[in-house]
Design a protein around this ligand. Structure first.
Ligand SMILES: [Zn+2]
Length: 521
């Protein structure tokens, strides 16, 4: 399809006007130091993140004293940040065990823990624009996770935060548990680069986001160092420690490929078969959206039963059975693997600006998951979207508009409204602008906003600009913010019944269990 609209000055002016409104008035400058806000301003998580500074780099040093699964890990967190106003004090988010010392620019600072806020008062105020370094000595650690496959307890297979596997521990911080693992400005709007220094007993493997830069053993201890050189949101941290094999798979078009697999399952042929498709998945994704954004990619296959997969940056977390082709058939497993790979662009490299924008992450991941399922396994995407359309009014009644979830509890925020419902928004856009323009929107979106945190409005304006179709602005706004689902372009026969008060069948399918399609298998 060719673009049918010529770029007009009226179009450009309209976009500029909307952009100005979206940006809002510039904050008035204040030289007088005052406390940083205890929240970054998220509608769904008012105390998540903090105001008054921009975190630039974290160095997280962790000492695991033993090889036990459950233990108290001794941490030193160093945050390099820049003040965005003059600060008399500022907060980090923290909900680990204890803090023993805080320094700001090398000088002891006073601190207090109030609920999940670590309130830090430096010796002297930090002026607007100042770069400063904060060091926190603390302890936290993994909790013992015991799978509960009881269908009456939907959370029994959904461990979150820092939890044990059969032979070690992993992390799954989405959406608001990063600060149970380390003190951090725990919001996806404030990305930063990371250095990891993980000190474990000799014979224990440590893996984290990014590239392994060194591994040194002495006196019965091994120190593993990783660098995450591209910015990362706190919710995407991965710390995998235990009996793990790091499997080097060479390079794919310049990207280092490596998996991290529980030693207990690494030699199983069905597991090796399940892990053998990543190059194909990478080629598939790059054909749509361009170059993979990070230095390294691979799958973390944990020896534990949990019912989701998570897009931890550069190292997607999966339960071992997903990559075991004797347990989970390829037509179910591989779309999940593609889903988490797609997140590396959508949700990771382009993090979301606030949690109401979750559909931007899950909708795109669902799009590529579903298209891979269709292209490789002949599972109809249009049928899936037809089903999603039928349940759309009920989902919006139960969980709010797609880009305005009605709550932050897990089952509401991660309902199918943002998965297939988010994919449905993209399907509507696809039907309006045509395939060629749609993928031009996708590719330029991923390239233009690489490394940033992006909002729903930015996507709407971007889609309008690339399609040269101003009508896309009200069109998409209605799709993401409407209480009811609009007509689907190209499918005038599609109907979504009005919502009822009865619990939706879809509700049972809510949650990140969608990522695994457990309902089917
Ligand atoms: Zn996802």
């Amino acid at each position: 399809m060719r673009n049918i609209f010529r770029r007009s000055s009226a179009f450009t002016v309209a976009l500029l006007a909307v952009g100005l409104v979206a940006a809002g008035p510039a904050a008035a400058g204040h030289d007088r130091p005052s406390p940083g806000a205890p929240g970054i301003g998220d509608r769904l998580f008012p105390t998540l993140g903090n105001g008054g500074y921009d975190a630039r780099h974290y160095t997280l040093s962790l000492r695991y004293p033993t090889a036990d699964r459950v233990q108290t890990v001794v941490g030193v967190l160093t945050m390099e940040a820049k003040a965005t106003k003059s600060l008399s004090r500022f907060n980090l988010d923290f909900d680990g065990d204890a803090v023993s010392a805080v320094q700001v620019d090398g000088r002891t600072a006073s601190y207090a823990i109030q609920d999940e806020e670590l309130v830090i008062t430096p010796r002297s105020p930090l002026r607007d624009g100042k770069r400063f370094t904060t060091t926190v000595n603390y302890t936290s650690g993994p909790y013992l996770y015991t799978p509960d496959p009881n269908p009456n307890n939907p959370m029994g297979l959904l461990p979150f935060g820092w939890f044990t596997t059969q032979d070690g521990s992993v992390t799954a911080a989405q959406p608001d548990l990063g600060h149970t693992i380390y003190p951090v400005n725990d919001h996806t709007a404030d990305k930063a680069t990371y250095s990891f220094v993980i000190d474990v007993p000799e014979g224990t493997t440590a893996a984290a986001n990014g590239v392994l830069t060194s591994r040194r053993t002495s006196n019965g201890r091994t120190v593993w160092r990783y660098e995450m050189r591209q910015p990362m949101a706190s919710q995407l941290i991965q710390l995998a420690v235990g009996q793990l094999d790091i499997i080097d798979r060479g390079r794919f078009r310049g990207t280092q490929m490596r998996d991290v697999v529980a030693t207990s399952i690494a030699d199983d042929p069905p597991v090796q078969a399940g892990l053998s498709h990543t190059d194909e998945h990478m080629e598939y994704m790059e054909s749509f959206v361009g170059r993979y954004p990070f230095d390294v990619y691979g799958i973390l296959a944990a020896d534990e039963l949990f019912a989701y997969a998570l897009e931890t940056q550069t190292l997607s977390l999966h339960p071992g059975f997903v990559v075991d082709e004797s347990q989970f058939p390829p037509e179910a497993a591989q779309p999940v693997l593609v889903h988490e790979l797609a997140h590396q662009w959508f949700g990771d490299d382009l993090a979301i600006a606030e949690w109401s924008d979750l559909w931007l992450s899950e909708g795109h991941a669902t799009w590529y998951e579903g298209h891979y399922a269709e292209d490789v396994f002949d599972i109809s995407w249009e049928d899936r979207m037809h089903d999603a359309y039928e349940e759309a009014n009920q989902l919006r009644a139960d969980f709010g508009p797609v880009a305005r979830p009605s709550g932050s509890d897990f089952l509401t925020l991660f309902s199918n409204n943002v998965y297939d419902g988010g994919g449905l928004v993209l399907y509507a856009l696809y039907n309006r602008v045509g395939e060629r323009t749609f993928y031009e929107i996708e590719r330029t979106w991923a390239q233009r906003y690489s490394g940033e945190s992006v909002s729903t409005w930015q996507f709407i304006l971007h889609a309008a600009k690339v399609s040269r179709d101003l009508g896309v602005i009200p069109f998409l706004a209605r799709w993401v913010y409407g209480d009811t689902v609009p007509p689907m372009p190209g499918h005038p026969d599609w109907v979504s019944p009005p919502a009822t008060d009865a619990p939706a069948a879809a509700t049972a399918r809510s949650s990140a269990a969608r990522d695994l399609e457990l309902a089917k298998y």
